[in-house]
Design a protein around this ligand. Structure first.
Ligand code: Z5A
Length: 209
């Protein structure tokens, strides 16, 4: 049987890294054979593309170039890792996926949604996540948390307005397809966020069996 595809999304300082391991542990404890990966990245080529995308010295990168690089990395990732794993019956937990393109390139940069939709169709065919966990919190709170980072990357250098548009684009995605998403209130202290994740995952897994 084909495995399940779960993605984790969130804006700046939402705590993806802090929560990914918790989700992984939950799923592995449930006896699931899991592959954990990330975007942009997940393959050798994808990780090289990630470096180009995050390097703050690449100030001349055009918005379309950024979008195309995201989908170039995604194409490699899907064909080399995600689809083979799902076909083997493994589950895939991916730290960011195409919702991030809609949020950052669409909402943040203002790239036309129809371009993203075309690339999504081309690169992914029918592949869509079965579940997307969105860690949501007010932008100012997220930026406050993220400010402790040493060297901000190309995205982390953006202004508050950019991240407000990113958040709104994520929430708009949820409103358009509520069945696929679960919003996690990431403004709460970490143990409470874990509790929400625990409850959410228990409910979803029960509904899948
Ligand atoms: N991107 C894109 O534009 N388009 C696409 O299609 C894709 C990606 C796929 C890299 O992604 C960039 O790629 C990303 C979007 C773009 N740019 N940004 N920004 P990434 O996922 O690798 O990078 P990230 O967003 O910086 O994720 P992160 O490293 O997981 O950061 P985080 O969500 O902020 O998580 P954190 O490091 O766990 O938490 C930040 C701090 O907050 C840290 O000090 C924690 O201890 C603290 N924290 C976390 N949770 C809590 C709670 N609950 N209470 C208190 N403090 C907390």
């Amino acid at each position: 049987m084909r495995g399940r595809f779960i993605t984790l999304e969130g804006g700046e300082g939402a705590g993806k890294t802090s929560n990914l391991q918790f989700i992984q542990q939950f799923l592995e404890n449930a006896g699931i054979d899991l592959v954990v990966t990330r975007e942009p990245g997940g393959t050798e080529l994808g990780e090289a593309i990630r470096e180009l995308l995050l390097d703050h010295r690449n100030t001349s990168m055009l918005d379309d170039t950024e979008l195309l690089l995201m989908f170039a990395a995604r194409s490699q990732h899907i064909n080399q890792l995600i689809t083979p794993a799902l076909n083997e019956g493994k589950w895939v937990l991916c730290d960011r996926f195409t919702d991030a393109s809609y949020a950052y390139q669409g909402g943040g940069r203002g790239v036309d949604q129809s371009r993203i939709q075309q690339l999504e169709q081309w690169v992914q065919g029918d592949l869509r996540p079965d579940l997307t966990l969105l860690l949501d919190l007010p932008v100012e709170q997220g930026l406050e948390r993220a400010s402790a980072r040493s060297e901000p990357d190309r995205f982390e250098r953006e202004k508050t307005e950019f991240f407000l548009r990113v958040r709104e684009a994520y929430l708009e995605r949820v409103r358009a397809d509520e069945a696929r998403y679960r919003i996690i209130d990431a403004s709460q202290p970490l143990p409470e966020v874990h509790q929400q994740l625990n409850q959410t995952l228990e409910n979803v897994l029960a509904s899948w069996t």
